[in-house]
Design a protein around this ligand. Structure first.
Ligand SMILES: C[S@@+](CC[C@H](N)C(=O)[O-])C[C@H]1O[C@@H](n2cnc3c(N)ncnc32)[C@H](O)[C@@H]1O
Length: 389
């Protein structure tokens, strides 16, 4: 496909997404209908679509309309490129730029930084002087990070194995096990280091949340909101730690046995009704459902789908889960709360509400990771009972 045809395809897919289709579904639907497109075409079109979704407000302003065409026009103008070279009207190319499709420069801070107006006060008060750098980082593509599974390889061995298959990486400062892919990223899931369980795809801050837990052999640990099991596997990579995984939607953990097997670790999956029988646990990790605002680079549609009502609902859910999970922590154990959100409402404020409602608990550790520092945005807080100190 020509560069122009790829842009035209992105315009059509963006129109589907703007009409309500989930991004992945719109992309796969287009690929199914367009068998002529090769893997490089599909990858380039995907990049166009996700770049436009990350910058939907500012591109719509620059392109003059919140349509697929407006967003793609805006993307050219944002880069200082003349859209005329691609919007030619030739075969498979978008129509030439029409009079009136002039657009305008973003007129406000949140429009320039691609944050919804309603969220800007909360976003900027949560992040203070980091608001602009974080919002700008959320406009860009996310790096690809790997976690070295220390059960299967040392970090230098994993780096060498990846290099043999043409994947170059650099160590990431956020965590000892974290690597950032610097070239060859597209081959990762077919790579032998990945297939042999030496490395897992996982954001460096997500790894650092687990590394910040003082895990020691003999501990019994419950991952209360395990989801697909990314943190479960990072927990289980610690020798001698017994790991249980739970999720209110057990179907989300369906791939976990296969992933654990590949990683060479043991994980026991439990239903909600089984938790009380196995309690108490030395450590309960609550990686709570949240806005995902720290990972909007990866899932940009979430930035535009979030509403004030949903945010408030999430804070209630987070508080409820934290209270449930606290009841299965041993007397001297730790309750670790985590979100991939950058918003105070979902982070410090949830912890403070919990501590007000549970005066026998205290916070012993709090840490945040900023999107502007090269990871997803993450927050964690470690809580324990007063008498345990
Ligand atoms: C942020 S995701 C977890 C991501 C996962 N820990 C990982 O590292 O890949 C939050 C998870 O919480 C689960 N969840 C929602 N409500 C819950 C509840 N009341 N109890 C336990 N899990 C819940 C969701 O099904 C979702 O899988």
């Amino acid at each position: 496909m020509t560069p122009s045809a790829r842009v035209q395809a992105a315009i059509e897919i963006l129109d589907d997404i703007l009409a309500g289709a989930p991004a992945e579904k719109a992309l796969t639907g287009w690929a199914r209908r367009s068998r002529f497109a090769g893997s490089k075409d599909r990858a380039a079109i995907r990049d166009h679509v996700f770049d436009a979704l990350r910058c939907k407000r500012s591109f719509a302003a620059l392109g003059g309309a919140e349509t697929g065409r407006g967003l793609m026009l805006g993307s050219f103008r944002a880069e200082g490129r003349d859209p005329g070279s691609v919007f030619t009207g030739e075969r498979h190319a978008p129509d030439p730029v029409r009079e009136g499709e002039t657009g305008h420069a973003p007129r406000s801070e949140p429009e320039r930084l691609d944050i919804p107006d309603w969220l800007w006060p909360s976003f900027s008060s949560s992040l203070g002087s980091e608001s602009e750098p974080v919002a700008k980082a959320l406009q860009c593509r996310a790096p690809i990070h790997l976690r070295v599974n220390l059960r299967k390889a040392t970090v230098p061995d994993a780096i060498a194995a990846l290099a043999r298959d043409g994947i170059e990486v650099a160590r990431h400062l956020a965590c000892d096990t974290a690597l950032e892919v610097t070239s060859g990223a597209r081959g990762i899931s077919q790579n032998s280091a990945y297939l042999d369980g030496m490395v897992e795809l996982q954001d460096a801050a997500s790894q650092a949340v687990v590394a910040a837990l003082n895990l020691a052999p003999g501990m019994r640990v419950l991952d209360y909101c395990a989801g697909g099991g990314g943190k479960t596997l990072a927990l289980a990579a610690n020798e001698g730690v017994e790991v249980f995984s739970h999720d209110a939607a057990p179907g989300r953990m369906q791939d976990l046995p296969v992933r654990a097997n590949r990683a060479g670790v043991k994980v026991t999956t439990i239903e909600t009704t089984g938790i009380a029988r196995l309690a108490p646990f030395d450590l309960v990790l609550v990686d709570a459902p949240c806005s995902g605002s720290g990972s909007w680079r990866r899932s940009p549609a979430g930035k535009w789908a979030l509403t004030a009502e949903r945010l408030q609902e999430l804070t209630h859910i987070q508080g409820d889960i934290l209270a449930q999970a606290a009841s299965v922590v041993s007397a001297s154990g730790v309750l670790a709360y985590a979100t991939c959100s950058v918003l105070d409402e979902e982070n410090g404020l949830v912890v403070e509400t919990f501590l007000q409602d549970h005066p026998d608990w205290v916070e012993i550790h709090r840490q945040s990771w900023l999107v502007s520092q090269g990871t997803d945005g993450f927050f964690t807080s470690h809580l324990t009972r007063n008498r345990a100190r």
